[in-house]
Write a protein of this length. Sequence first.
Length: 191
Amino acid sequence: MEAFEALRTRRSIGRVQEKEVAKELVEKIIETATWAPNHVKTEPWRFFVLTGDGRKRLGETLARIVARDMDDPTTEDNQRKIEKARKNPFRAPVIIVAAVEPSDHPKVILKEEYAAVNAGVQNMLIAAHALGLGAIWRTGKPCYDREVSHLFGLSEKGEVLGFIYVGYPDMTPPARKIKSVEEVTTWIDKE
């Protein structure tokens, strides 16, 4: 797939088949993240691949986080919310957890470490699309909870930045309408 076509046609794919994704494809997707720009060449990204029963620990962690923030987790409605959180990691056969481990290098600006990982995630989304896979970058309040960072053994400075759900598409994404270049661009050519 040509680069501009991949960029133009990539969409978030929230529904995927349970069909297994080959390890080689997942590794190829992650490799593209490591090509992202990163100041001072710190390579601050860390990736954790969850498949099969490996998704259970994340589900249990998400369920605990959701329950912890409830006044009364025992109500029927709240029990449904907790169970939904527990099942979330099973919406795709592969989850790539993207995290940042910031460098201590004196020239590094913390925001740039996050930007590098986010650029890597964008590379992964485009790579998945180019390989005929569907992917969606999911976040939300529980994603950034310290319990999730601890689950993956990150340092106190490290943080999970998202869950990339990957699988074979089981949906046709809707057409996307975006603002024109003119609407989002200001040219400055004079003082």
